[in-house]
Design a protein around this ligand. Sequence first.
Ligand SMILES: Nc1ncnc2c1ncn2[C@@H]1O[C@H](COP(=O)(O)OP(=O)(O)OP(=O)(O)O)[C@@H](O)[C@H]1O
Ligand SMILES: Nc1nc2c(c(=O)[nH]1)N=C(CO)CN2
Length: 183
Amino acid sequence: MTDASSVHQVYIALGSNMGERERQLMEAIHSIHQWENTNVIRISDIYETDPVGYMDQPQFLNMVIYVQTEMSPLVLLHRLLQLELQMGRERGEQSERFGPRTIDLDILLYDNVITDEQQLTLPHPRMMERAFVLIPLYAIMAHPHELYQQVSVLTAAAQRSGKEGVKLWKTTNWHKELELLEN
Ligand SMILES: Nc1ncnc2c1ncn2[C@@H]1O[C@H](COP(=O)(O)OP(=O)(O)OP(=O)(O)O)[C@@H](O)[C@H]1O
Ligand SMILES: Nc1nc2c(c(=O)[nH]1)N=C(CO)CN2
C-alpha cells in the first residue's frame, strides 16, 4: 500500500457466541489480514459480554480491530459477509435476528464516511448504544476526537465497563498477535 490517499482507516467489530469463540475470532482476523491491500494494524483485548437484544443465548466474546485497506466500503462489506458465510454463519429464517452466531463482523467506522443505506449504514447504527463495542473501540482508537466528536460518550462507556455485562476476558498482546499474523 503506497499511495496514502487510497488507504482507508476502518474499525471493525467482531463477535462470537457459538462454537470455539476465541479461535473463530482469531481465524477471522487472520483472514482479513491476508486480503490484498489490507492490513490489521491494532487488535483490542477480548471481552466476555452478556447478550444484548435477544437475551436467551450464550455469552459473547467481543473485540474490535483497526484495519487499513484500499477496499471501498461496499467491497469491504461484501468480503466480510462472505467471510461470515465461509466460517459457518447461517443466515435466513432459521437464524434469529440478534441471535447466536459463530462470527459476526460489523463495520463501525470507515474514515469519516456517513451513509444511510440499508445495505450499509455508517457509522454502524447501533454502535453508540453498545458498551460491548464502545469499550474495546475506545481502547484502540489512537485519537478518538480526530475521527468523531464522541469522546465524552466513549469515555463514559469505558467507565461503565463491568456494570453493563462487559468483562475483560483476555488481554491481547497485539504486537505479538501481529507478529503471528505475519507467519
Ligand atoms: N455498518 C454495517 N456493518 C455491517 N453490516 C451492515 C452495516 N450497515 C448495514 N449492514 C447490513 O446489515 C445486514 C445484517 O447484518 P447482521 O446480520 O450482521 O445483523 P445483526 O448482526 O443481526 O445485527 P447488528 O447489525 O445489530 O449487529 C448486512 O447484510 C448488511 O448489509
Ligand atoms: N453481547 C453481545 N450482544 C449481542 C451481540 C454481540 O456481539 N455481543 N450481537 C448481536 C447482533 O449483532 C446482538 N447482541
